[in-house]
Design a protein. Sequence first.
Length: 366
Amino acid sequence: MAMGARIRELLGAERPVFGFGMKLEVAIAASRAGGVGIWGCTRNTPEEIEEGVTRMQDALGDLPWGVDLVIPAGMPETNDRAAIEAQLPPDHVAFVDGMRERHGVPDDGLPGLRSRFVRSEETARDQLAVVMDHRIPLLALGVGSPTWAVEQAHEQGSSIVSLVGRPSHAEIAIRAGADILVAQGTDSGGHTGPIGTFTLVPLVVEAAEGRPVLAAGGVATGRHVAAAMALGADGVWIGTALLASVENDPSPVLLDKLLAAGPTDAVISRSVSGKTFRMLRSAWSDEWSADGAPEPLKMPHQDILIGDLLGQVQRHQVASLVHEGAGQGVVHLREQETVAAVIDRLVAEAERVAGQVRDDPAGGGG
């Protein structure tokens, strides 16, 4: 079977590459390049999601695409920031205030993406309601696949893509009704688990009960794509590989950091959301890992604790603290390219490597 044939049959995608981006333009470009664009909109308001999904439908027509929401279990019932703020420990608040002072972050009085609303059941249901009104092709769910969300999506004809970091998570997602599984290795940027991609992918393939599996985590070159297919994956999910793209439009400070990153510069920290999160190393992660730093709070309290400061760091481009969720594949970013150029390069190299393996399976080179 040709590379990506199963994804082509299921979704109509020319290439077995799911391109994830927090910016709408990245997802649109990924679908236009023959892949499957996934817009990460978990930090957007229902009104913003309404506008964004409408734009995707208008831009992409019958091309495959989807949105990604993070709906973890155990969140508060209501979107009540004041209630969460009242529970923040004074020592943690003082630590964040100290970071602001040490790094000269202006306090503009505005919230950040993580603090303008509380990650809650109320918020998740409001976001999902907007998404379901549009009958989207794919709904991707990270950090849990709640049955109520899966059932709503299936009722509207949407397929569920579940991101899993352990074989046990795959089994839970299957019971909930997942249609496609993403084996997200610890190499991944953003929320991630403890198992490496090479170990995780075959385990999820075995647990998938015939469902398609995508490999995620460290996929940044065509060699990675070819290796993922050899491990049994039907396609790949990329995000870090698109961080430096023209469509993602990183700030000059962030772009310089992305292109300069070395193999140990994508570190895991709970300082952003309260859950394990792989990110580009900066003074932000260093501060939270230093001796004497407080232990990060659980989600959503950590979101609210740091959200205003993080938003102000980004708006004012405080260079020492600027960072981004990024996987270990960041080391392979060499220049700024379009999303289409990245996907073209990955697929061409993967096909070339796969052809070399077929021609010389023993690897002897003649």
